[in-house]
Design a protein. Structure first.
Length: 464
């Protein structure tokens, strides 16, 4: 069978009679066979190419939809992240409040500290009504705190309790303040604010607390100090600032907040968190004195860029290395209502300004005599000897340059004060000129005014 089959295929190839050329019929047959074979093969190749093209199209289509899905998921996640950030932004005041709520100043070592809870605490947290004493141990809220009216600070931060040092002595009868006379005391750190606060009747760490005469102590019902905003914006008519020469205030703040004299004592008293705040400026950088900071601002300084940036931030209040640096004039001015009526007590002219504020509130003109045997100094900074106050001429110029925006804010507070005349305002500007002449005369600064929106939200807080 195999041989026969082979024999039958041969006529398609050669002539069996031995001729090398095929016969006419055979040639025609072979030609037709080739054509038919080609016709049979052609659709197969076309199909193969078509399948190949289709496979490529399918693959690229799949890849397209996969990429589209991945892009959609990424976009959804980004939107979700934005929403999370928006929700987080609403929670940030509470979260950061937990980090920065306790005022670490040594001037408040005897105060009660409030419990750290979220801005929107659960009902079970609210019912605990706990706050911390100076030793950090939790203590139940006492009956006096339960029975008293809710303070503005407690409305801004539900679940937190205004500390005792922010409260007034009951003898001042603040409930009977006439309409349109209520004042809030704006205590800017290291401006003799404790001296004034004690005289106004607040429960600060007062070594000598004598009730000042006149209506001012009675009409000043609440206080705003650093992150403790306890002014009632709806009912407060006057905001009473205490201010001081900006350079002198910064020098006092730097020395007061410097824990290098007793690092371990500071850590034990105020905790690891505030220890780290201070360490960034006073330990990690070579800043033992104010002159060290001033020298770091010069182009010839060999301090690291990180430490130079921290030196600048400690002056303009853009980073938190201590309450008195961070909560400066700009913070306190921008925290109060925009159209607030301001009166000011200048540290350098305290008796004169006290009398003018008293008179503007409807009291007498000379309620305090020039001898002043009533207002006693409290919380005096003992760490400010001659060496700690020294600034070379170059360092002083650099510090004044960085203080420029604070000096402009200081001037603005003076100019807005209804109890100060133009002559008194110019008198204080002239005092600034003695140490920072360029900045005292300037109306703008080389550095833009810092944007402190986040600081205001996280530290001052606002009613929802």
């Amino acid at each position: 069978m195999c041989r026969k089959d082979n024999h039958e295929r041969r006529p398609f190839l050669i002539n069996r009679q031995g001729s090398s050329a095929p016969t006419s019929a055979l040639a025609q047959q072979m030609k037709m066979h080739a054509i038919e074979s080609k016709k049979r093969r052609l659709p197969f190749h076309q199909l193969a190419r078509s399948i190949k093209k289709n496979i490529v199209v399918v693959v690229f289509t799949c890849l397209f939809f996969v990429c589209l899905k991945i892009g959609y998921q990424i976009g959804t996640n980004l939107v979700g992240d934005d929403e999370d950030r928006s929700r987080s932004a609403l929670r940030q005041p509470q979260l950061l409040r937990q980090q920065t709520h306790h005022h670490e100043n040594r001037e408040h070592s005897s105060r009660n500290q409030t419990q750290i809870v979220s801005r929107q605490p659960q009902r079970s947290e609210l019912t605990q009504q706990m706050h911390h004493h100076g030793n950090g141990k939790p203590s139940p809220r006492n009956q006096t705190q339960v029975s008293r009216p809710v303070h503005p600070y407690e409305k801004i931060w539900p679940g937190l309790i205004v500390p005792d040092y922010m409260l007034k002595d009951p003898q001042y009868g603040i409930e009977s303040v006439p309409a349109g006379k209520k004042a809030c005391f704006v205590h800017v750190g290291k401006t003799a604010g404790s001296t004034v606060g004690c005289s106004l009747g607040f429960n600060l760490h007062c070594t000598s607390k004598v009730q000042a005469p006149g209506v001012l102590p009675h009409y000043t019902t609440n206080m705003f100090h650093a992150q403790m905003y306890d002014c009632d914006d709806e009912t407060t008519t006057f905001f009473i600032f205490v201010v001081r020469h900006p350079l002198d205030r910064w020098i006092s703040a730097f020395n007061y907040d410097n824990p290098s004299r007793d690092w371990e004592g500071f850590r034990q008293q105020f905790g690891e968190k505030h220890f780290k705040f201070r360490s960034q400026l006073y330990a990690e950088c070579p800043f033992n004195t104010i002159n060290d900071v001033g020298e770091a601002l010069s182009a010839e300084s060999n301090v690291t860029n990180v430490c130079k940036r921290r030196a600048e931030a400690s002056i303009d209040g853009t980073e938190h290395f201590g309450c008195h640096h961070y909560f400066n004039y700009q913070f306190h001015l921008e925290a109060i209502p925009q159209n607030a009526t301001i009166m000011t007590l200048r540290t350098e002219h305290l008796i004169e300004d006290w009398n003018s504020v008293e008179y503007n509130l409807g009291g007498g003109k000379e309620v305090l005599g020039q001898g002043n045997n009533i207002i006693a100094h409290n919380n005096v900074n003992k760490a400010s000897d001659g060496k700690l106050k020294y600034l070379s001429e170059q360092s002083q110029r650099k510090v004044c340059e960085k203080l420029c925006n604070e000096i402009q804010t200081y001037k603005k507070i003076l100019q807005l004060s209804i109890n100060l005349s133009e002559k008194q305002v110019q008198e204080s500007v002239d005092e600034v000129m003695n140490s920072c002449p360029i900045e005292a005369l300037a109306t703008t600064c080389n550095d833009p005014i810092p944007n402190i929106t986040d600081k205001l939200i996280y530290s001052r807080g606002y009613m929802a």
